[in-house]
Design a protein around this ligand. Structure first.
Ligand code: C2O
Ligand code: CU
Ligand code: CU
Length: 579
């Protein structure tokens, strides 16, 4: 059985190494305007011979259209779930309100439509969208649900960059996938030996002999790529995850982890008639990164890692045939060196520092091998749909330090905001690490510090997510929730509720007493200060009809606090005042 399986993997993958460039690169159709219909559907796709692989797609059987929007547009996205299962749809990198974010809390049941409406607030750049269902992200993305979002804005348009979609401005969604024995796309399978660009295996692209723009998105479940060209030519990086950078970066290699994006300009003017390849020089990827020659330290290497021939191999991703320049649009022939002003957040404004530690959940004896398989926890916790790990006051400027104590590199992603990397292992970030980011690859043993600010959207109930963008790590719980709350928002002092919650005295100087028509249920009580820190906590407190809970407050600094009373079903928030 095992041998047969290996043979099948081999026969499915031979094409990708030895006979590339056979299929024209699929350019996902683009949708423009302000009202988008996204039909999420199941279908089949013909990747190999006569085999029909069951897949998911949007407005088609595989992959998703590219959404092209302008900063300032108010858009409505109608996500119509025609699957037989529930899903969600997340706008990765977009600065949108909690309820529009499409994380695990915005479930779209089978047969229903979710229609968030929001303003495009991000600057010009390359973003993407994909499902984010609890425990189901890898499955739904692997089956084909992933699309690009392109944002344009006036500052970008003034630069005269190539921007005619599919003509001189190309989306490249690069993914590796594993096929199981029955030809279904498998998930969390380390035999991800099939390479796809825009859902095309062995793709080629006829590209005009002029400056072209490639929007690179690593949409893989776990694999990192190290992009470069077969003729070793220099290209210009112009954007990171969150949009354009200050000045173009001249590179011959560019590494992108899952979830990361970059835009590059490639000058093909002098190459008319020639062929070159966009490669992943994976032999150069450092140890610990999935895709490199090795993850782990011999003999404790990741299980089956060496069986996957893509690991550490320099592979062709896309063959580029250079053809005559375009007539329209007028070919772009030069690359601007100065792009857009870059004003990162200022460390002098920081009021809160937080630390996130990645570690293995040691269910196994401490010396057990293969601890690079996970599951992994953040600050000792795995994802719990109902708990909030971090509470952030609106407009807080913060430094987050991400520490990786595992033997595998994790691409850390946070929703809602873009950040600036300021330090790696205590050393100030180098210029190629600057720019707006929402994913950062944290190497084994490393710590990464970034600065960010939580602006615009507050919601005391609905969280955003942060997580590892290796999708099976995320699905296995390497994810947490954060709330952005407005400390100045008017919170009812005595909310409407079903158990007559009351606080007395309030304001107080020494204690609050909490009473209610308790129904012999268990309650948990938390008092949160203005910085979002929990200053009092009483979990699983059984309350019967006459009991009340006393919270001593004499030691609390004067000010406003929030009391959260939780049952299994809901949370009630009351404003407390200490004076
Ligand atoms: Cu690309 Cu939380 O996701
Ligand atoms: Cu995201
Ligand atoms: Cu991870």
């Amino acid at each position: 059985m095992k041998f047969y399986k290996a043979l099948l993997f081999l026969s499915l993958s031979v094409g990708s190494i030895f006979s590339y460039g056979q299929n024209p690169l699929f350019i996902p159709p683009s949708l423009t305007g302000t009202n988008f219909n996204l039909n999420v559907q199941a279908g089949t796709t013909n990747f190999y011979g006569s085999i029909l692989t069951p897949t998911y797609g949007i407005n088609g059987s595989f992959l998703s259209p590219t959404l092209i929007v302008n900063k300032g547009d108010i858009v409505t996205l109608n996500v119509i779930n025609n699957l037989t299962v529930q899903t969600t749809m997340h706008w990765h990198g977009l600065h949108v309100a909690q309820m529009n974010d499409g994380g695990p809390h915005q479930i779209i049941p089978s047969g229903s439509t979710w229609s968030p409406t929001f303003e495009i607030l991000n600057n010009a750049g390359t973003f993407w969208y994909h499902p984010h269902g609890e425990g189901k992200t890898d499955l739904h993305v692997s089956k084909g649900l992933a699309g690009m979002i392109i944002i344009h804005d006036p500052a970008e348009q003034a630069l005269g960059l190539p921007s005619t979609y599919g003509i001189d401005d190309f989306p490249l969604i690069v993914q590796s996938k594993a096929f199981d024995i029955t030809t279904k796309i498998a998930i969390a399978n380390h035999m991800d030996t099939a390479l796809f660009v825009n859902g095309t295996i062995d793709p080629y692209l006829d590209a005009p002999a002029q400056v072209i723009r490639l929007r690179l998105l690593n949409g893989s479940s776990m694999r990192t790529f190290n992009f470069g060209f077969s003729n070793n030519m220099t290209f210009s990086q112009i954007a990171t995850d969150g949009g354009l950078i200050a000045a173009s970066n001249q590179l011959t290699r560019l590494q992108l982890a899952p979830g990361e994006r970059s835009e590059i300009l490639v000058d093909l003017s002098s190459l008319n008639g020639q062929t070159l390849q966009l490669m992943s020089y994976s032999s150069e990827i450092p140890n610990g990164v999935y895709g490199s020659p090795l993850v782990g330290i011999i003999p404790d290497v990741m299980e089956m890692y060496m069986d996957n021939f893509l690991n550490g191999m320099d592979v062709n991703l896309l063959e580029i045939n250079v053809v005559n320049p375009t007539v329209t649009p007028v070919p772009v022939t030069s690359i601007p060196s100065v792009l857009v002003p870059y004003v990162p957040y200022n460390v002098l404004d920081v009021t809160v520092n937080r630390e996130l530690i990645f570690d293995t959940i040691r269910l196994l004896p401490a010396d057990a091998p293969n601890i690079m398989e996970g599951p992994f926890a953040i600050n000792g916790e795995v994802f719990n749909h109902d708990s909030i790990e971090i509470r952030i006051p609106l407009n807080s400027t913060e430094i987050w330090t991400i520490i990786n104590k595992t033997l595998i590199a994790h691409p850390f992603h946070i929703h809602d905001i873009q950040f600036n990397i300021i330090k790696k292992n205590g050393i100030a970030a180098i210029s190629s690490e600057t720019g707006w980011k929402d994913v950062v690859l944290v190497m084994p043993g490393d710590s990464v510090q970034f600065i960010t600010k939580f602006i615009t959207f507050s919601d005391s109930m609905t969280p955003y997510m942060y997580h590892c963008h290796i999708l099976h790590h995320e699905d296995d719980g390497m994810m947490g929730s954060f709330i952005v709350f407005d400390p100045n928002a008017a919170i009812p002092e005595k909310p409407e509720n079903d158990f007559g919650l009351n606080v007395f005295p309030n304001p107080t100087s020494d204690e609050w007493n909490i009473s209610g028509n308790w129904k012999n249920q268990n309650f948990s009580f938390e008092v949160i200060n203005i910085l979002g820190e929990i200053v009092f906590k009483q979990s699983n407190q059984e309350m019967n009809s006459n009991s009340f809970l006393t919270i001593p407050s004499a030691k609390f600094p004067d000010g406003i606090y929030l009391l959260q009373v939780k049952t299994d079903e809901n949370t009630h928030t009351i404003k407390l005042i200490k004076e």
